[in-house]
Design a protein around this ligand. Structure first.
Ligand code: ADP
Ligand code: MG
Length: 251
């Protein structure tokens, strides 16, 4: 299993107040999935993605990546893992404004000492071609539309050849049509390269393109959905195929 989340809880301390962002969240995500985390604002979507992305750590429970327990590993180990395995796409694109599109895509590759400049440039050119922005390579973010910026961000996320791309409300700042195009682009990449995509949304229309969904409310998973054709089948619990039968602490 690529990602296993086991009974994860997350609380934040705000002065004397304890805010519960996640409670008892368990979820398995297999390699190649294209999965939406759906829920209203404040339900815990970003917290969950940040925990999967090793940006934040759970207060309780465990996170396993490739069946390795990464809970409680030192920050530098997590940073190394993150830099080589996880790509991020954000609601606000988060491109570096002084860099051109191609420089933004190249940026995460600079840490790979084993790549020559030529190899790096070739990879950037391939990625810009993949997101159909080869003719905008020298443009800076402020010379690009929202949809184009998000395509640069997708190319950047893919640059390291990640196992998983995490996209936190990737279409929230785009109009519906552009958002639809961005999701279909992610879907094509998912099918073509088998890259796992996990994205969050509070827009029901965005869900049209997912094949699995996890609905979250008040920090807890309320149902799991699997697409069958045009409709969703729901389970309040994880599907049996998704459960770990070796766990005996659930009796
Ligand atoms: P969503 O992404 O679904 O809008 P979040 O994961 O951002 O939800 O937030 C879930 C809950 O946790 C909210 O009540 C939010 O206010 C709280 N929260 C998130 N991050 C922090 C933080 N750094 N400090 C305190 N509370 C936080
Ligand atoms: Mg959020």
């Amino acid at each position: 299993m690529l990602i296993r989340i086991e009974s994860v809880g997350k609380t934040y301390q705000l002065g004397v107040q304890t805010v519960t962002a996640l409670r008892d969240v368990s979820l398995n995500i297999e390699e190649g999935a294209f999965i939406a985390i759906s829920g209203p604002s404040g339900s815990g979507k970003s917290t969950l993605l940040n925990i999967i992305g090793l940006i934040d750590t759970p207060t309780s429970g465990r996170l396993l990546i490739d069946d390795h327990d990464v809970t409680g590993r030192p920050p530098e180990v997590l940073a190394h893992l993150r830099a080589r395995a996880i790509g991020f796409v954000f609601q606000t694109f988060n491109l570096l404004p002084v860099l051109t599109a191609e420089e933004n895509v190249e940026f995460p590759l600079l840490q790979f000492r084993e790549l020559s400049t030529k190899q790096r440039r070739e990879r950037v050119a391939q990625l810009l071609d993949l997101v159909k922005l080869s003719d905008h390579a020298r443009h800076r973010p402020n010379q690009l539309s929202g949809g184009q910026r998000q395509r640069v961000a997708i190319a950047r996320a893919l640059a390291i050849g990640p196992r998983v791309v995490l996209a936190d409300e990737p279409t929230a700042n785009l109009d519906h049509r552009t958002g639809g195009r961005i999701l279909r682009l992610m879907r094509r990449i998912n099918r073509k390269y088998g890259t796992t995509f996990i994205f969050s949304t509070h827009d029901p229309r965005v869900l049209e393109i997912a094949d699995r969904r996890v609905d979250i409310e008040d920090g807890t998973i309320v149902r799991f959905g699997v697409r069958t054709g045009e409709t969703w089948s729901y389970a309040a619990e994880r599907p049996a195929s998704d459960r770990d039968d070796s766990r005996d602490d659930l009796k």
